[in-house]
Ligand binder design. Structure first.
Ligand SMILES: [Zn+2]
Length: 206
């Protein structure tokens, strides 16, 4: 028996489903362009195609697979878990299940919530998830204890390019309500950390 899909527990998604509006422009006819074929001859024109506007909302479960321990530790313990190759000692953050250098399986290790910016940029265009935060920064950050760097958001109450320069220090801030997603945490300049964790929706790490 296939499992019956549960209704969503995601409040944002539930709101979208509830407020989904019926389509206003229901029908139109589209005349498709004539495209040349590979042998250079004109393709036989298609008859006009009839199109209707519609909407699909899909609930689905996305498995984090072998990287699940990272998301579980993030959600439940505010810990940032990387993986370490037992052969060459490379510490991967974001975690990798196998070492990309010597193909050995890795083991889970905790890394620090402090990091150094390796490279960064300001973000002016974003998906709907972050549009309210524009402008913000993203950067490749090397967490203390890790060999590799991870891409993560850098937020600041006074965002100026000098704050996100390569070599600057940042620290992770966690959402109080965590879902086990990579957006459960972000980084702030080290000198803003104390202020950020005082905000009601955020807190410091473990
Ligand atoms: Zn290795």
């Amino acid at each position: 028996m296939p499992k019956k899909a549960k209704s969503t527990t995601n409040p944002k998604l539930a709101k979208r489903i509830k407020t989904a509006k019926p389509v206003k422009k229901p029908v139109k006819s589209v005349k498709l362009p004539v495209r040349p074929t590979l042998d250079g001859k004109a393709e036989k024109p298609f008859p006009p195609h009839h199109e209707i506007e519609d909407q699909i909302i899909v609930n689905y479960h996305y498995s984090m697979g072998g990287q699940s321990p990272f998301f579980i530790a993030l959600k439940n313990e505010k810990k940032l878990m990387g993986t370490k190759c037992q052969k060459c000692g490379t510490v991967y953050m974001p975690p990798r299940i196998n070492c990309a250098r010597c193909y050995q399986p890795t083991e889970w290790v905790e890394v620090k919530d402090t990091a150094t910016i390796k490279v960064s940029t300001l973000v002016w265009y974003s998906t709907s998830a972050f549009i309210a935060s524009v402008p913000y920064a993203i950067g490749y950050l090397q967490l203390d204890g890790a060999t590799t760097a991870m891409l993560q958001g850098i937020f600041s109450d006074n965002l100026v390019p000098s704050k996100i320069k390569s070599g600057k220090r940042v620290r992770a801030v966690f959402k109080k309500v965590r879902e086990g997603k990579v957006t459960d945490f972000f980084f702030v300049p080290e000198d803003e950390y104390a202020e950020w964790i005082k905000k009601p929706e955020f807190e410091g790490g473990a």
